[in-house]
Structure formats: C-alpha cells, structure tokens
Design a protein around this ligand. Structure first.
Ligand code: PEP
Ligand code: MN
Length: 338
C-alpha cells in the first residue's frame, strides 16, 4: 500500500502514521518529496489487516493498494490456463465448448427434444434450469425438483454433461446431486454466503457476471469460490446494464479480454442474455470468440414461441445448427478446438 500525506502534514503526524503501520504488521518506508511525503507500507496486503483505516487520519490524503484484492485467480499466481472438466468435457487451455439448452426446463418432452437436436448439432454440455430467478414473482419460477429428474434422464440417454443454476443454499444438495457444473446466476454473483457454500460442494462453477458488477468485483467473487475450495471456476460475461436499450444488456467484450489476460480461468460469453433477441446472438457470439472466449452459452428451445421464459432470445433447432456451423471458423481462427 502507498500512503500519501496531505501537503501540510507535520513530521510528528508522519511519525504517528508510521507507528500505526508497524502495529498493523507492515514495514514503513518513508519517501520525502518536495511537496509531499509518502510511505510505502511493505507486507502482504491480503494476509495483513487493511491499511485503509489510515484514511481516517487527518494528515493522510489517500491510501492506494498495490496488490489486487484477488490473488488465486490471477496469472501472477498461476500462469498457465486452467482447464476445467465439466463431466467428461474440457474447457479452457485451447478447449472450446458450446453450452446450450433451454432457458427453463418446462416439460420432459421440451427438454428431451431440445437436447436431441443440440446433440445432433454437436453440443456436449447442456444448460437447463430447474429453478429460475425471475424478476416478477408472478412469472414462471421453474419446475423445481421434477426438472432435476429430467436432467438425470437426458444425461443417461445422451451422455451429455449438464449445467444448472443453484438459486439458494437450500437447493444446493439436490442440484449438486445432478449437475456436472453449478451455475451462479448474475443476480447472485455477489451473494457471498452462496458462493462459499457452493464452493465447498466440489463441482465446477459457472460464475455469471452481475449486471452491475465491475470486473474487479466479478473476479473477487471468483476468488471467493477458489479460496473456499473450488478451483474450477468458469467466468461468464452475460452483458451488463448500461443506458443502452437496443440490446437487453450490453455485452462487455472488453471484460472478456481483461479476464483472459488477468486470470488463468476459462472465460465464456452468453450472447443470448446480452442480445435479448435471436438475430443478435450470432454477431455477439462472434465478438466474444474474437475477444478470446473459451466458450459460449446459448439458449435454445424447440419452439421458442411457446417458451415460458426468455422466448425472444431462444433459438429454434434449425437456427441453432446454422449458428453452430457459422461459429466454427471463428473458434478455429482463435486456435481453439470445438
Ligand atoms: C440464465 O442463464 O438462464 C440466467 C437467468 O442468466 P443470468 O443469471 O445471466 O440472467
Ligand atoms: Mn434465460
């Protein structure tokens, strides 16, 4: 940490701050400039108590961190790409995956038809939600436990891996018994209690970025998972909330590039929730892949017009197949295997 003094700070005040720094477990190195004094406080910022409290001292102008608030997620800590296994399928380190399926599981037939068509198009990891986070309590909330049974069935029949959302700690055991990867949705990205208990399950986690979560907050959420025992985190950029209304959310392609550079974790994009409409899914998916994504998460439904959630953005099977074919050259251009 760097502690910057106000121009009028007296030598006695500098001494006082130095004493506090030592008490907090750091070694102070004073630099006396022409106009201002600064102190470099040497020590591990993660394991020592935060020096931020020095901001409350009248002589201190600012306290600036040097280390990031996340560490285990960074490439400084682990340089090589982490490869995450979702069931039998790898993502990261050159392995690209298309994770696809309906927004909500609505019936056995709907799920099975969807999975049959997606598998025929080359998908090996299915997403499908039994529990849905809905903005309105009057909207379809998911089929719950019954849908988990359907997931068991399609895993057995098609040999796919499944990703499904854990909405709250009380569903965790049931969901974990079925899922190959647990999704923490955008609305729960900073639900730290849920992150902690989910991490302890031992399954990989797909961590969606919250719609108003900065990149630093998103990566700190990933750090919560890692530090609590889940090294297999896949980051998912799904669009953030901005002033723009032409898309449902603004796909932050820059966040993909930053997350790839800063962390060793696989990064995927969800063009469906960013686009909000079918016709924008392909261009947004291409943009995410060009920015370095290791996979895409795409919503598909056998009959989007009858979908009980996110109907406008879900792709029918034919369109999905076309998009899958259109994405292949982009994946290969990025040096990855689909
Ligand atoms: C979803 O994946 O179905 C979903 C609800 O996404 P998000 O949490 O990104 O809104
Ligand atoms: Mn959805």
């Amino acid at each position: 940490m760097i502690i910057v003094f106000k121009p009028q700070a007296t030598p006695a005040e500098v001494e006082d701050v130095k004493r506090h720094i030592v008490e907090l477990g750091y070694e102070p190195r004073v630099i006396t400039g022409v106009e201002r004094t600064v102190i470099g406080a040497v020590g591990d910022e993660l394991s020592h108590r935060s020096l931020e409290i020095l901001k409350s001292m009248p002589s201190v102008a600012d306290v600036l961190p040097i280390q990031k608030r996340y560490k285990l997620a960074t490439r400084d800590y682990h340089a090589a790409d982490t490869v995450v296994k979702i069931g039998n399928y790898a993502i990261g380190g050159g392995h690209f995956q298309v994770i696809a399926g309906p927004c909500s599981i609505e019936s056995f037939d709907q799920l099975r038809t969807s999975v049959r068509d997606l598998v025929a198009a080359g998908v090996r990891i299915i997403r499908g939600m039994a529990y849905k986070p809905r903005t309105s309590p009057y909207d379809f909330q998911g089929m719950g436990d019954e849908a988990l049974d359907y997931l068991v069935h399609i895993k057995r029949e098609f040999g796919v891996a499944v990703v499904t959302e854990v909405l709250g700690a009380h569903h965790l055991d049931k969901v974990a018994a079925v899922a190959d990867m647990l999704q923490i949705g955008a609305r729960n990205c900073q639900n730290y209690c849920l992150l902690e208990v989910t991490a302890r399950v031992g399954l990989p986690v797909l961590l969606k970025r919250g719609m108003a979560t900065s990149i630093e907050e998103w990566l700190s959420a990933a750090e919560y998972l890692i530090v609590n025992g889940c090294p297999n985190v896949v980051l998912c950029e799904r669009g953030i909330r901005t002033f723009e209304k032409a898309t449902r959310n603004t796909l932050d392609v820059g966040a993909v590039a930053v997350a790839k550079a800063e962390t060793h974790l696989p990064v995927v994009i969800d063009p469906s929730h960013a686009a909000g409409v079918q016709r924008l899914v392909l261009p947004l998916a291409k943009a995410g892949i060009a920015a370095g994504a290791d996979g895409v998460v795409i919503e598909a439904h056998p009959e989007p017009v009858n979908a009980l959630s996110d109907a406008a953005q879900q792709l029918d099977s034919k369109t999905f197949g076309d998009i899958m074919a259109a994405l292949r050259p982009y994946v290969e251009l990025g040096g990855k295997q689909l």
